[in-house]
Design a protein. Sequence first.
Length: 364
Amino acid sequence: MGSTAEALARATLLTREGRLREATELIQSTLAGTAARPARDPHQAAERAPDVSDVPFRELGTDAQRLGTPAPAASGAREASFTSHVFAHEGHRWRYRLYEPTRANPALLLPVVVMLHGCKQDAEDFARGTAMNEVAQGEGFLVLYPEQRRKSNQMGCWNWFEPQHQRRDGGEPGMIAALVRSVLSAHGGDPGRVYVAGLSAGGAMAATLADQYPELFAAVGVHSGLPARAAHDMPSAFQAMRKANLRGSSRSTAAIPTVVFHGTADTTVAAGNGDAVIDRQLAAHRAAGVPLERRDVAVDGRGRAAARVQWVDAGGQAVLEHWRVAGGPHAWSGGRAEGSFTDPRGPDASRAMAEFFLRHRNAP
């Protein structure tokens, strides 16, 4: 936090969102000159206090500092916004944030990118760190940020490793799918162009969603994550994070366009998990009768080096893509330092994923 005024403004926002304990702690730490900084490892124990109330968020206008400066809306157009909401599902209330770019024609259906944060993150932090909203403003798509409940996981992790959260129409995948459908209907999303991406635990949950809902998601991005059903409980989750299971799951995986980012120096989730995601997709596409040809793609030398490999179909369309970021840590590649778990030196994962996503769509 750069100043006392900024900290007090942030505390006011937390209070409006019902996060009273966090607001109090922020004010106290700022006055003491010890404002807290985000933790750097999404899988460490949580330090953030749990939510103490469940108050619906207020609608918030555009935050220019977070989004960059959006282009002025033309006459009759709708200005860019980043708003907070609560979604009720099966007796529980889930917070989420939604970015809408400037819309010259509000009636035009827009693509939707679903972004799933990692452990110890929340929707706002993930948006700030990935800068996906800025990409969305330029490319013209909605960005949906579901937020895990601390009541469901005290570290804020998506529970990708529990069987009840690995199945269709149940648990967290069922909630996220229902939320996506709600946003499509209420905010003018294009049902044929819905994509999901995530970091770490969010990446594993993104892989699960793509596996369970291939008719809903046209493509998936897995950043520093794991394949669907890589574990069945907490001990097997830690084992999978340390050493990927390259033999794959005993169950088949849905064939879906997939882009993977993983740092070779990731000490939290072994980089072999990125290989496992791609290997399972190669097997799934073979089983679906879709031949793919491998090709290496040059990467600009700015920042960290990276190896980029694509697998293209008969028409030359990239169906699978794998970025191995040399020396990359367990963090969002090319992200902003203002957010937690980001690696500003790496290739821009947000832009690369968006470009990959927008080349794909599901049939009507």
